[in-house]
Design a protein around this ligand. Structure first.
Ligand SMILES: Cc1cc2nc3c(=O)[nH]c(=O)nc-3n(C[C@H](O)[C@H](O)[C@H](O)COP(=O)(O)O)c2cc1C
Length: 306
């Protein structure tokens, strides 16, 4: 590594570098410790946690696409209690920055996860996954309705003083409106984007490839959409820290997200193909900065010339 300063900050949260593992693609941060130690990353966003363990969706749950993948995992997870007892101690001992991704079918579910985590040291913030159906409100996703989203964010805000991120759905009809609602509810930062709704069909079987028919598209196919959304939200809300993700494969992709306005990024699908992808990406980012005379990575944030 050169002498480039890779540190960045998402609001008040200082990070040693801007590359975090995206939720659902790095387990609980400990599956790849020999290939990609969690403490070498800017941070680890956990698999989405619910108050109780969940079994998830029937198989098949993933399908490969031309430039990415579709998943319908159904939010399988070990539950917040098992996470705190079985995973968190090692993450803490390693000195990893841990962001707990939270989801639920009601505001009460989100609160139960946060309240359990508040009893623990070594959790650096929360990321609300609002791309799940709010069953008590008739199935609409929290992230699609600014009023629901603001209320959900506010009740989580009241439950913690730790950094609170809201992860926006790219499927929402009004991106800027939902972004504003999350900030008005007290979010410290916005993460975007989650997967884009799609489907795949097996022409021989004449059936959907996923048992749940629809899934979330991730990987390089969604990068231009993610970049556009980060740029738009940054332009609409320039003071709000953003965490960009969607299809990042290289250090230059990270630079693209930083220029568009993100203070940090997350890498998801790339890790499935290359378990050391995030470390390689960090090396490439360092190299880019070195070659362009960029002394501090944070000088790239929002520096796009338009
Ligand atoms: C298998 C899989 C599971 C995921 N699980 C979650 C999850 O539990 N919570 C969440 O907020 N996002 C989840 N995501 C979305 C990713 O965190 C990320 O937003 C998306 O994949 C786009 O980034 P990428 O193109 O780098 O993968 C999941 C994605 C994949 C592929």
């Amino acid at each position: 590594m050169s002498g480039v300063d890779l540190t960045t900050a998402v609001g008040a949260l200082e990070l040693s570098n801007p590359v975090l593992a995206a939720s659902g693609t790095f387990g609980y941060g400990l599956d790849l410790v020999d290939l990609c130690p969690p403490e070498s990353l800017g941070g680890v966003v956990t698999k989405g946690l619910s108050p109780r363990p969940r079994a998830g969706a029937p198989m098949p749950r993933i399908a490969e696409t031309a430039s990415g993948m579709l998943n319908a995992i159904g939010l399988e997870n070990i539950g917040v209690e098992a996470f705190c007892r079985e995973k968190l101690p090692e993450l803490r001992a390693r000195g990893a920055v841990v962001i707990v991704n939270v989801f639920g079918e009601s505001p009460g579910d989100y609160l139960r996860v946060i309240e359990r985590c508040e009893a623990e040291e070594g959790i650096h913030g929360y990321e609300l996954n609002v791309s799940c159906p709010n069953v008590s409100s008739g199935g609409m996703e929290f992230g699609h309705d600014p009023i629901l989203l603001q209320a959900l964010t506010r009740s989580c805000r009241e439950a913690t003083a730790r950094p609170l991120w809201v992860k926006l759905s790219p499927n929402a009809p009004d991106l800027a409106g939902t972004a504003r609602a999350a900030v008005d509810g007290g979010a410290d930062a916005l993460a975007l984007i989650n997967t884009i709704r799609g489907m795949a069909i097996d022409p021989w079987a004449r059936r959907p490839m996923l048992a749940r028919t629809f899934g979330g598209l991730s990987g390089p196919a969604i990068l231009p959409v993610a970049l556009r959304m980060v740029f738009e939200v940054h332009r609409a809300l320039p003071e709000v820290p953003l965490v960009g993700l969607g299809g990042i494969e290289t250090g230059l992709d990270v630079v693209r997200f930083l220029l568009a306005g993100a203070s940090a990024v997350q890498v998801g699908t790339a890790t499935f193909r290359r378990p050391r992808a995030m470390l390689e990406i960090l090396g490439e980012l360092d190299d880019y900065c070195d070659r362009t005379g960029t002394e501090r990575v944070r000088d790239l944030v929002g520096a796009l010339e338009v």
